[in-house]
Ligand binder design. Structure first.
Ligand SMILES: NC(=O)c1ccc[n+]([C@@H]2O[C@H](COP(=O)([O-])OP(=O)(O)OC[C@H]3O[C@@H](n4cnc5c(N)ncnc54)[C@H](OP(=O)(O)O)[C@@H]3O)[C@@H](O)[C@H]2O)c1
Length: 276
């Protein structure tokens, strides 16, 4: 059995749907990953072969003012899960982020590039990556710019704002790959089924700025909205973000045969599905 922790979240819900009979989901009502007692009790009782950890404190700006919670959930929580997995010989799959990088490299990040987080969220997720190693069997999957049917995300925000306004201003100096949680779920399942261990990058292919992404959302959904540029400095959010954090995903492709589609195709698919 594959246990998805954080199964009510945006990624967790798509993973559960794709895993079908192989999957079992738990979330905060069943397991609190910040409690060693809760983690050992649930993992010890269910004895899964694989644990996919999608539970996280994902409010990037909120983490800046609550570092304690960020470290408890994104750092220490992973240590408890890893130790519980070690005890039963299970594989721990830890979902991580491009925000472990500082964005200064200028070309796509490979798995061996040195992390250097700019934010509390990035630091806490890096702690989680390191703590995953308490389980000898572990897989770290770094991804970025997620959107899916079951959570707050940039696509839904743009569609909501685009229905109300004819002009929006969106940052144009952060570059990455918007990634569908369905495609990421497929990548994670491919990594598990191929017996992969260690660190992998998984995102939709090709890259853009948030501004390009907003324009594409409006083009694909037929909304007439003018999208003006602004800089990250002008936006002035509490957490610093990497400016260029595209993830090189060729290792995923080479070792599983799974090649994520382009972000633009994934966006078209998403918009079609959400209309149904
Ligand atoms: N979203 C992105 O753009 C993005 C980008 C890169 C990487 N990631 C990573 O991808 C993973 C999935 O992200 P997501 O956007 O699907 O997250 P999400 O929608 O915020 O889901 C996280 C889930 O974890 C639960 N949770 C929080 N604290 C918990 C705890 N102490 N014990 C058990 N469950 C807890 C949350 O419950 P509540 O809702 O009740 O708090 C929620 O159901 C995370 O590891 C995230 O860091 C996300």
């Amino acid at each position: 059995m594959i246990l998805v922790v954080g199964a009510n979240g945006m990624l967790g819900q798509d993973l559960i749907a794709l895993l079908g009979d192989r999957g079992h989901g738990v979330d905060i009502a069943d397991i609190d990953i910040t409690s060693a007692e809760s983690v050992f009790k649930v993992i010890g009782a269910l004895k899964p072969e694989v644990v996919i950890n999608c539970a996280a404190y994902t409010d990037v700006d909120g983490c800046e003012s609550d570092a304690e919670t960020a470290m408890a959930v994104n750092g220490e929580g992973v240590a408890y899960l890893a130790m519980a997995c070690r005890d039963i010989g299970a594989l721990l799959v830890q979902v991580s982020t491009d925000y472990v990088f500082d964005g200064g490299k200028g070309t796509p990040y490979v798995e061996d590039d040195a992390p250097c987080p700019l934010s509390v969220y990035g630091e806490s997720k890096l702690a989680g990556e390191m703590n995953a190693a308490f389980s000898p069997e572990h897989l770290i999957v770094r991804t970025q710019w997620l959107y899916g049917l079951h959570g707050k995300n940039f696509v839904e925000t743009m569609l909501r704002l685009g229905a109300e306004k004819s002009e929006l201003t969106v940052v144009d100096d952060q570059i990455g790959s918007p990634t569908s949680t369905v495609d990421l779920s497929q990548a994670i399942i491919a990594l598990i089924d191929s017996g992969c261990r260690g660190v992998y990058h998984a995102a939709n292919s090709e890259y853009c700025s948030w501004n390009d992404f907003a324009k594409a959302i409006f083009e694909e959904s037929g909304l007439q909205v003018a999208v003006k540029p602004m800089t990250t400095t002008e936006l002035n959010r509490p957490a610093r973000r990497p400016l260029y954090s595209t993830l090189e995903c060729s290792k995923l492709n080479a070792e599983t045969g799974y090649h994520p589609q382009t972000w633009r195709n994934a966006l078209r698919e998403y918009l079609k599905i959400r209309e149904k």
